[in-house]
Write a protein that binds this ligand. Structure first.
Ligand SMILES: Cc1cc2nc3c(=O)[nH]c(=O)nc-3n(C[C@H](O)[C@H](O)[C@H](O)COP(=O)(O)O)c2cc1C
Length: 511
């Protein structure tokens, strides 16, 4: 992505304009069916485009609908960083800054989200162009990018979380909590104990900072709207809901308000879970919708779910890594971790990669165990050296291939719970002769220490000075222009230069 924007974007449409200006958005004007075609076309585009060329899609002409659908907006670190106005290498720092310096939102009387207000007879969820994300398999159309706002009835503190919502009919939408520990689910259980309906507002087409903060794994009782302000670097504007007493982003594209009754569950699903397999349908809470309002010309945002790597995976990944990084470096003072990533394709969670600082490599085992304590669905924790580009799968595989003695360097933590639904949890349950119940499921973690543990030969790449000298003269070769990959840059910069070519005495070898 070319020039960075000067500041984070306060709404979704200005971010889309930025993507378009920088060649990262393609409009699809062909008439498309939201019930199968959007998911299929987007999946082909995502699967067939190298990550560096990834782009967002805006389906402008959706059959029987008047609202366009935007997908694949934040699928690469470059696009995610662009939404925050930072470089793709600075995402963890941007998160640490936001958590260090949150901003309380400012309440205003009106906002673009109130351009068109529908209550009672005008209400219909069916006017929202919610796609079926796994056509032929999902239980129905889903709002896959809803930032769901609820509040604790004891403290009044709000929470935001991205929870999928199945459209049941024109004024009922499901709410799916992945576990009873999700903060929205804790609120729901508090209202249920009081036999009170829980007020809810679901933001569709949220400003990017809202979407990012809603996916954050923060401590219970932290209002993610303030974290969103931290990511934006200033307080966000909020308006009071029309039928629920909740603060709602004034710049949102569309909001659905309603109440969740504690005695009214409906079957929800099937739907593709984060690891790329379909879960069975099960009873889930339902929102009785009381208002829908939106901008004059709203954009519907959805995440293409769910086979990894998928559209929402980086948002989920950063929602986990950002707070983890903040906690490790600013609160726990854990020394030795230089960078963190989730391996692409591991569904935002299963493979955590930690880059260990050279001076702390001898403490890798301890660092690995400390990381394992933040159990958010990891199955593998890879510990790698500073010369590895931790977002590059080829280099990770190289480190695993050349620096790991499996028997010595892999430590297993047994009986480690996970909340993720995947075939390995099913297989474990089947082996134990039981049905898989509700999460957490029994699982385990492997800490793989892929750091170099003794003096080893130099790597087999030309020295960095000759490599960069060759690059300087690239234009003279007549070859197509290149953008050097970060993996090579990192390897060349970390490894010492051998004797410069000009100082070597080749004559002695020439007989
Ligand atoms: C695209 C996307 C879809 C998600 N879908 C769900 C979901 O359906 N249910 C759920 O419990 N969490 C889901 N999550 C994860 C939660 O948003 C995440 O765990 C967040 O921290 C929840 O907020 P909370 O900690 O305030 O409960 C999703 C995240 C993303 C990025």
């Amino acid at each position: 992505m070319s020039a960075l924007p000067v500041a984070p974007f306060v709404d979704l449409s200005s971010f889309l304009s930025h993507l378009e200006r920088t060649g990262r958005l393609h409009r699809v004007s062909k008439l498309v069916d939201k019930d199968w075609e959007i998911a299929c076309l987007a999946r082909w585009a995502m699967e067939s485009t190298p990550e560096k060329d990834s782009y967002a899609l805006l389906f402008e002409n959706v059959k029987n609908q008047s609202v366009p659908v935007a997908v694949n907006l934040f699928s690469t670190p470059e696009m995610y960083g662009a939404a925050l106005g930072v470089h793709s290498d600075e995402l963890l720092m941007a998160w640490a800054k936001a958590l260090d310096r949150p901003y309380k939102p400012v309440e205003v009387a009106n906002g673009p989200v109130f351009d068109v207000i529908g209550t009672d007879s005008q209400l219909s969820l069916l006017k929202l162009p919610a796609p079926i994300w796994t056509p032929g398999r999902d239980g129905g159309p889903y709002l896959s990018a809803a930032s769901v706002i609820t509040k604790d009835p004891d403290t009044g503190i709000q929470n935001m979380g991205i929870y999928r919502m199945q459209i049941h009919d024109q004024n009922h939408v499901g709410l799916s909590f992945g576990s009873k520990l999700q903060h929205g689910a804790i609120h729901y259980s508090k209202y249920s104990k009081r036999q009170l309906p829980m007020p809810v507002a679901a933001v569709i087409g949220a400003p990017p900072v809202i979407s990012f903060a809603a996916a954050a794994k923060t401590a219970y009782g932290v209002d993610e709207m303030e974290i969103a302000g931290g990511l934006a670097g200033s307080a966000l504007q909020v308006v009071r809901g029309k039928t629920v007493d909740l603060a709602i982003p004034a710049q949102a594209e569309c909001v659905i308000e309603g109440f969740v009754r504690c005695d009214a569950l409906r079957m929800e699903g099937p739907f593709g879970e984060v690891l790329g397999y379909l879960n069975q349908s099960s009873p889930a809470p339902v929102v009785d919708v009381t208002a829908i309002y939106h901008r004059a010309a709203p954009i519907h945002h959805g995440y293409v779910q769910q086979m990894p790597p998928s559209d929402g995976h980086l948002v989920m990944e950063m929602g986990f890594l950002g707070p983890l990084w903040f906690y490790l470096t600013r609160k726990l003072g854990l020394k030795g971790v230089r960078n963190l990533a989730i391996a692409r394709g591991s569904a935002s969670l299963a493979i955590l990669v930690a880059q260990i600082e050279k001076a702390h490599v001898s403490e890798s085992a301890r660092i690995g165990r400390a990381l394992a304590k933040f159990n958010l669905g990891q199955k593998f924790i890879y510990l790698v050296d500073e010369d590895i580009d931790i977002r590059d799968q080829e280099t990770l595989n190289w480190a695993l291939s050349s620096r790991v003695d499996p028997e010595r360097d892999i430590e297993f933590i047994k009986d480690f719970p996970t909340f993720q639904y995947d075939p390995s949890t099913l297989a474990r349950a089947a082996k134990d002769g039981r049905e898989l119940g509700a999460p957490p499921y029994p699982s385990s973690v492997a800490i793989v220490n892929a750091t170099v543990k003794c003096a080893v030969p130099e790597i087999s790449l030309p020295g960095r000075s000759v490599m960069f000298k060759a690059l300087e003269n690239w234009g003279e070769t007549g070859l197509p222009p290149i953008t050097p990959r970060k993996r090579l840059d990192r390897l060349l910069h970390t490894h010492s230069d051998p004797v410069p070519a000009s100082d070597q005495n080749f004559d002695s070898h020439q007989g």
